[in-house]
Design a protein around this ligand. Sequence first.
Ligand code: MG
Length: 361
Amino acid sequence: MRNETEIIDLVTKRLGGQRGGLPEGVRLDWLRLGLGDDAAVINTGGRRRSTGSPTDDLVLSCDQFLEGVHFLPSLHQPDAIGYKALARATSDLAAMGARPRFFLVTLALQPSRTGEWLEQFAGGIRRAAREFGMTLIGGDTSASPKIAISITVGGVTRLDHALTRSGARAGDSVFVSGTLGGAQLGLACLTARPKLTRNQIPKESLERHLRPRIRLALGQWLAGSGEVRTKIASAAIDISDGLSTDLHHICHSSRVDARIFAPQIPTVNIPPAIRRLPRMRRINPFELALHGGEDYELLFTVPRRLAARIPSHYKGVKLSRIGEIVARPRQKKSARVELVDSAGRAIPLKPQGWDSFRRDR
Ligand SMILES: [Mg+2]
């Protein structure tokens, strides 16, 4: 059985996908960035009527959200499903530093859910759309034995200001926004058996799981695509699959290695009342931070000369320097990420975040 990366590689090859730039023999000068990043970047060739200068680039991504894989209708309220469906998709625009503009939705669902369930689901999407400044511009619906949601999102970015996964260089600092592991903690509490009462579940973690805060303003600031025009980050990704996996994505795309420092990783605070519960004892905040997915924080790298520009907080969101990018020995093909503990011991950190095709899940 293939893993997710192998499946993506195979489909890409069979479909003749493009990574961007000008591939041999094919002239795609409209494509700035194709496969292999959080979103594709397209130069529409437009010109501003007033000044004649080129218009912003278009940034496109899609995401699916499936019953039984990503959510359970018995556990998740329809408005939270709606909100999260759009937030997950739009987080990829945040990772590119783009300003969100529009979305398209395809929705398959059981005929029994076309009443109250659908009303609430639509309300959740509408709330997210208002928050992110997005407009629905198309979609499709179908009856289906299970709920399947697919959302395509579009945004814009200043020319050449897109944040990619491939720009990290040796010597860059590695930063992360917010705290990590909260969404997984929320999910663990929600699915604990015997059940926890609503009062026992830490509210903040439950919110992070149900309604993730995506980092649009931070992404735009790092990209220099908003008011401030300096591009600060050299690479970025949103942490959807977990820090260990998403840092490997950056290292893979940038052909570098990385070293992160355990004491500097911002872990989530697990309330003592939860930690004491026998069924929650196995939960380790550090493991949650390394491998838990769905936090939708930004993981980004900053060149040494710009690192001093990173404040301790940006618009109330904590920013932590967790490590550094190191050069990869020329003969090594795959990325190596090291985790350094407080005593200075380094161990290899394998990508152990979310992979929906992995057997051990
Ligand atoms: Mg992403």
